[in-house]
Write a protein that binds this ligand. Sequence first.
Ligand SMILES: Nc1ncnc2c1ncn2[C@@H]1O[C@H](COP(=O)(O)OP(=O)(O)OP(=O)(O)O)[C@@H](O)[C@H]1O
Length: 123
Amino acid sequence: MSGVRRLVQRIGWALNGIGYTVKTQPNMQIHLTAAVLAVLLCLYLRMPARELAVVLVTIFMVLAAEMFNTALEAAVDLYTRKRHPLARAAKDVAAGAVLLTALNALVVAYLLIWPRFYEVIIK
Ligand SMILES: Nc1ncnc2c1ncn2[C@@H]1O[C@H](COP(=O)(O)OP(=O)(O)OP(=O)(O)O)[C@@H](O)[C@H]1O
């Protein structure tokens, strides 16, 4: 198979992974909705490019963390459906990583979006 066809196939598999996460994970749907609203708000507020870049990095960290969490849940469930302390630890740690990225997103929103929102809309 040619290199380009192989690349296109790999991109297709990766898109499948994104689609699977969006379809099966309500949290991902919430993250995506919040992400789209946040980006639209940043554009409306004419946020400087560097600040917008920080917001985008923050958003993609949350989305990527949710996808790693989903992948890990699937792998653990494939391995065992029985209750096991290590299965619990693996899932809780992955969920904790998502929580950290979400908390970071709140901090970034407070530091970068809120002051501009206050300046442009409220004041
Ligand atoms: N095999 C298991 N053994 C022990 N505890 C488990 C096991 N599977 C799940 N748990 C516990 O239940 C929690 C929820 O796991 P579950 O697989 O239902 O994820 P979830 O609630 O569907 O997460 P998400 O909402 O991200 O999809 C885990 O964080 C873990 O504490």
